[in-house]
Every structure is written in structure tokens, then in C-alpha cells.
Design a binder for this molecule. Structure first.
Ligand SMILES: Cc1cc2nc3c(=O)[nH]c(=O)nc-3n(C[C@H](O)[C@H](O)[C@H](O)COP(=O)(O)OP(=O)(O)OC[C@H]3O[C@@H](n4cnc5c(N)ncnc54)[C@H](O)[C@@H]3O)c2cc1C
Length: 408
């Protein structure tokens, strides 16, 4: 029988990194204010799996910005890579070296770390519990129904991943690209990550991410059709033998622009909101950045008793769109461009990278997550107009998509 005595300020659906980090930040920010007012924030996280961090569905590579955004213990960092090797469909390779040295995370431990910290500060976790639906009762309360309970809260946060059930109830759907990954013990330099561009998995690329001293690599790709089969082809291509395979993972990437992610009393964050880079499928840094905007705003909303669309839009949706939203648009435009490249175009692009001026710009300013700065610098060079504009002009069919992206 369902019981209805569970009242919360904030109810978070999804115990992935978005839900756990947001819960952790909320308790962290609120603890000072709450102690002054003698009021304890009531937060719960509803997670359908029985263990946080599982199933593991990530390559775990993030930019070094993570070290500025959060204080994480060293054991969560498995490796740092110093070089990225990019392969064109014809096998031509460029070796990208930048000041940026991405971090490889122990992704399961990373998720558990924030969940544990949130739990220590009093956040209630309901594991093995599936969110089913919500109903807005009035401007103050939302009723949240799971397969085990009925909860009431002021604000419902949908952090329930790319196929968000909260988002679906609001008629918001992501464009989904299936991903597949294996872990394998192969001969691979542990300071190199590689990306293989190929028409067969054109919606992303094939990647190899070394975990570090253990000699294990995360190898994967994302594409619309026959993803497991394509992964097999990719593994053959880079010489992975069947006996070297350790385990397999799957997953889904939401590859679109985040359009709307607030409603009265309800917000979305993370993959649920589409905060994923269309170039790489990476979402972690975007999620952490968005959570840092959202957490203080939720506390202000609770203080004022204002959970309206108007308030949440001005304080959360617009600031997110003006910060990570602009970067996500650039990633999306780059993806549109890459989707339409022929092998010959890749060759031209790779040669463009080897121009000394461009290489040094990339070395100095390349940022895996926030490419706006380096892109702007490159666009302002005469070399860009000579090398890249002819390719862009040949792709005039992209124009409507570009205009849509710019005005979304
Ligand atoms: C193969 C692969 C590789 C990736 N590699 C990288 C990478 O290298 N770097 C990077 O930055 N990003 C990477 N990503 C993306 C990154 O993993 C995601 O952006 C990130 O995990 C999203 O976190 P989230 O909390 O928003 O969603 P999720 O991690 O999907 O978490 C959502 C949670 O909600 C729960 N849930 C869903 N529905 C319900 C429900 N109805 N009731 C209760 N609970 C529910 C789920 O069980 C899940 O725990 C990768 C993704 C994939 C698939």
C-alpha cells in the first residue's frame, strides 16, 4: 500500500552524477544558512537501481576543469592523458598536444562519492524505486508517484538521464544516439587517447581511453544503427583480440540542443535536459557547471516560496543558456559540420591543423568543454577563410540547421 506522509522541499529523480552532485551542493550551500534559521532542508533522491554508480556507462574522460569545479579525492582520478590522436577515415592521423591534460575518472566511485556526501548531510536516498509520474497540485506542491510511495515536494528535479520520464511527462524528448563500449587489456600508451572518425559511426567517433597503470582501455563508439556490430568492427580495426575483452557497457547519448528545461515547480538537469556536447558525447563538466547555477537558485526559490516558471526561467534556464548553452551550440554546429565531411574534407582539415599558427592556438587555448574562445580566434585568422570557408560553402544545405541552432 502506498503511504503519503513523505514531504520534501526538493525531490530529485535520478541518482546519477547530476542528481548526486546537485544534492551534495544543496546540502553544502544550505548548511550555513539553515543553521542560522534553525531549518533543515528536506531533500530526497529517487533512484531506480539498487546501487549508485551502476550500471557503469561512461568513458570517464573529462577536461582538467573538473579539478577547479570540485574538490575530489585523488583516488577518483585514474589517469591523465597528454596527447589526443585523431584519425581521419582514410587512416591519416594528427597528434594534438595542448596544455589541456584531460582526467580519466573512476566513474563509479565518482558518483558514489557525491551520493555519500549528500547522504551524510541528511539527503534521503530511495534506491530500487522507480519514478512513475507527477501531478502539480497547486503553486506550492507537486505530488510525485513512484512504484512504492507517494511523495510531496515544492520542487521536482528531473535528473533521470537521457530518456527522462519527468521530461516525457512534459512532452520533452531528446534525440537519442545509442552508444556501446568495452573494456579491454591491450597494449596502449597510457598517455594517449584516440578518436577514429568513420562514416560507419559518423554520429560520433570511435574512441580509446586508457584507464592508466592497469593497462585497461575503454573502447567505444556511438552511432544510430547496429551499434554493437559497429563496435565489433571498430575493435577489429584497432586490433583488439577477443581474449583481451574484459566487459561490455552500453548507454544512450542525448545529442540535441537544450531548449526548454524549466516549468512551474519542475526543472531538468543533466542528460535529461540535453546538457551533452554533440562533438564528444561528454556531459559531466556541463552537468557540474549547470548544477552550480541551479543549487543556489533552488534555495532562493524555497526562501521566497516562488517556484514559478517565470522565476526558474530567469534564474536558471537563461543563465545556463548564456553560459554552457552557448558552448553546447558551438559543439552542435561543429557536429553538423563533421557529419557532412567527406574523406577529402578531413584531409584538408587535418592539414589546416598543421599550420603553425593554428597549432599554437590549439596548444594554448584548446578547451575540451568550452571551445568558443579558440574557435573565435581561429575564425578570425585569414587561414581559416582560405581553408575552411570553401568546405562550409559546399555544405550550404546546412544553413537551415545552423540558423535553427543560432536562434534556439
Ligand atoms: C558510453 C558512454 C560514454 C560516455 N563517456 C563520457 C565521457 O568520457 N565524459 C563525459 O563527460 N561524459 C561521458 N558520457 C556522458 C555521461 O556519462 C553523461 O552525460 C552523464 O552520466 C549523465 O548523468 P545524468 O546524471 O544526467 O544521467 P544518468 O547518468 O543517466 O543518471 C540518471 C539516473 O536516473 C535514474 N533513473 C532514470 N529513470 C528513472 C526513474 N523513472 N526512476 C528512478 N530513477 C530513474 C537512472 O537509473 C540513473 O541512475 C558518456 C556516456 C555514454 C553512454
Amino acid at each position: 500500500e502506498k503511504i503519503s506522509d513523505h514531504y520534501f522541499d526538493i525531490c530529485i529523480v535520478g541518482g546519477g552524477i547530476a542528481g548526486n552532485y546537485l544534492a551534495h551542493l544543496l546540502t553544502q550551500i544550505s548548511s550555513d544558512k539553515a543553521s542560522r534559521k534553525n531549518y533543515k532542508l528536506k531533500i530526497c533522491v529517487i533512484e531506480e537501481h539498487k546501487e549508485i554508480g551502476l550500471p557503469f556507462q561512461c568513458a570517464g574522460i573529462v577536461s582538467q576543469k573538473i579539478l577547479k569545479l570540485t574538490k575530489i579525492p585523488p583516488h577518483l582520478i585514474l589517469n591523465r592523458v597528454k596527447e589526443a590522436h585523431l584519425f581521419a577515415p582514410n587512416g591519416e592521423k594528427i597528434q594534438v598536444i595542448a596544455q589541456e591534460q584531460p582526467v580519466i575518472l573512476d566513474r563509479i566511485a565518482f558518483d558514489k562519492f557525491f551520493a555519500q556526501r549528500a547522504q551524510n548531510k541528511g539527503v534521503l536516498y530511495y534506491l530500487s524505486e522507480k519514478f512513475l509520474k507527477f501531478k502539480r497540485l497547486d503553486s506550492e506542491w507537486v505530488e510525485v508517484t513512484t512504484n512504492k510511495h507517494v511523495f510531496h515536494c515544492h520542487i521536482l528535479v528531473g535528473a533521470d538521464g537521457p530518456v527522462s520520464a519527468v521530461g516525457r511527462q512534459l512532452n520533452r524528448k531528446n534525440t537519442l544516439v545509442p552508444a556501446a563500449q568495452v573494456r579491454a587489456r591491450i597494449q596502449w600508451p597510457n598517455y594517449v587517447t584516440s578518436m577514429y572518425f568513420d562514416q560507419q559511426w559518423r554520429e560520433l567517433f570511435g574512441y580509446v581511453v586508457p584507464e592508466g597503470a592497469n593497462g585497461i582501455c575503454r573502447i567505444g563508439l556511438a552511432c544510430l544503427r547496429h551499434t554493437p556490430k559497429k563496435l565489433e568492427i571498430f575493435c577489429n580495426k584497432i586490433g583488439v583480440k577477443p581474449h583481451e575483452l574484459l566487459d561490455r557497457q552500453g548507454g544512450i547519448l542525448p545529442i540535441n540542443l537544450p531548449t526548454r528545461f524549466v516549468w512551474n515547480n519542475v526543472v531538468l538537469i543533466g542528460d535529461a535536459a540535453g546538457f551533452v556536447k554533440a562533438t564528444t558525447g561528454g556531459g559531466i563538466i556541463m552537468i557540474l557547471s549547470a548544477a552550480r547555477i541551479l543549487a543556489p537558485i533552488l534555495l532562493i526559490a524555497l526562501n521566497k516560496g516562488d517556484y514559478s516558471y517565470h522565476f526558474l526561467r530567469w534564474k536558471y534556464q537563461i543563465p545556463v543558456k548564456l553560459s554552457i548553452g552557448i558552448e553546447l551550440k558551438i559543439h552542435y554546429l561543429i557536429r553538423l559540420f563533421l557529419l557532412n565531411l567527406r574523406t577529402e574534407d578531413y584531409r584538408q582539415l587535418f592539414h589546416f591543423y598543421y599550420l603553425p599558427k593554428i597549432r599554437s592556438m590549439v596548444y594554448r587555448d584548446a578547451d575540451m568543454d568550452f571551445p568558443a574562445k579558440v574557435i573565435l580566434k581561429i575564425v578570425l585568422t585569414s587561414e581559416f577563410w582560405i581553408w575552411c570557408v570553401p568546405i562550409v560553402l559546399r555544405k550550404w544545405r546546412l544553413l537551415p540547421y545552423i540558423i535553427r541552432a543560432l536562434f534556439t
